[in-house]
Design a protein around this ligand. Structure first.
Ligand SMILES: [Mn+2]
Length: 321
């Protein structure tokens, strides 16, 4: 008996969902061989080249696949149905083995609650905190920027490991050991250290560099990462520059120059709401996003254009309030 378990690749909630579902499934089918398969979002159908051919098949924290062999499906992404017509297929099939709730903070939480209600599944004690951490991490539900950036808890160290790991096969082991042993034991496992140790050291170095590079312009902090190999600072920007309201990041990947814009959820005036819709602001420059985070993607050689877009966005954000 072989279960193919599709999950949102390299994501804390995706792997937590896969571990929780594995624990549930082993309780029903003690001899089952579970084969986790990481899925990534892409243009077009991500399942186009994927064989849904286990004896049983499940998908967690990832888009709906209109395939009758996919018996189990749990997701909480508002974008789960692509194209939206797939929703009709889902609604025609809905039974005990599928659940969709875009209001759920994490898919791990949705799975835990759904399996408890429908199958009477009790989360084993060593996995109790996994759901809570998935809710916190996936919804970024932290009390402060420093709490969001802390790396003390096993869950936060494993989230860093997931971002640094480059070995797809290691994820299957990660999910298997997480399901069997829980967060604390996995974070302390010998085989996690060779990726986690350097990732922790790198984060320390990157924080020093972000601190040095950040330029305060009114209520904006600008990070020009062109010419560096640094990733965007993410929440670290709000931990390192706590009084900023917005961040603008200019960086590049192999294929693009990117301008990112973010609103500090813990910054001054955060409780009164945002003055700007950042997705709409970025749309004016050919990009997009949500109210609190937006971006503009340009061709890889468009460095001057990227600088001009960043400057124009900063001008719009820095002169108000
Ligand atoms: Mn998720």
């Amino acid at each position: 008996m072989r279960l193919k378990l599709f999950f949102h690749d390299a994501c804390f909630d995706g792997t937590a969902s896969a571990a929780l579902f594995s624990a549930f499934y082993r309780g029903r089918e003690p001899g089952a061989v579970i084969d986790p398969i990481g899925m990534r979002h892409q243009l077009g159908d991500p399942f186009a080249d994927v064989a849904v051919d286990g004896d049983d098949n499940a998908c967690v924290d990832f888009r709906y696949a209109a395939d009758p062999r996919m018996r189990w499906w749990f997701d909480h992404h508002a974008t789960a149905f692509q194209p939206p017509a797939l929703r009709t297929d889902y609604e025609s099939r809905t039974g005990d083995t599928m659940a969709f709730d875009p209001a759920a903070p994490s898919c791990a939480g949705l799975i835990t609650r759904t399996l408890a209600t429908r199958f009477g599944w009790r989360v084993p004690p060593h996995l109790a905190e996994l759901t809570t951490w998935a809710d916190t991490i996936d919804a970024a539900a932290y009390d402060s920027a420093s709490a969001a950036c802390a790396l003390d808890a096993p869950a936060q160290r494993l989230a860093l490991w997931l971002g640094a790991n480059r070995e797809p096969r290691a994820l299957a082991r990660y999910i298997d050991e997480l399901a069997r042993d829980g967060l604390g034991a996995l974070a302390a496992a010998d085989w996690i250290a060779p990726v986690l140790g350097p990732a922790l050291a790198r984060r320390e170095r990157d924080r020093d560099t972000w601190t040095r590079l950040g330029q305060t312009i009114g209520q904006v902090v600008m990070f020009d990462l062109l010419g560096t190999d640094l990733p965007p600072p993410g929440f670290s920007a709000y931990d390192l520059f706590r009084s900023c309201t917005y961040t603008v990041t200019l960086g590049r990947t192999d294929t693009a120059v990117k301008v990112g814009v973010g609103h500090n959820p813990w910054g001054p005036g955060a409780r009164e709401g945002r003055a700007h819709d950042l997705g709409a602001l970025c749309e004016g420059f050919g990009g997009g996003g949500h109210a609190a985070v937006g971006g503009v993607t340009l061709p890889a050689d468009a460095v001057d254009r990227g600088r001009a877009v960043a400057a124009a966005i900063i001008a719009r954000l820095s002169d108000e309030r």
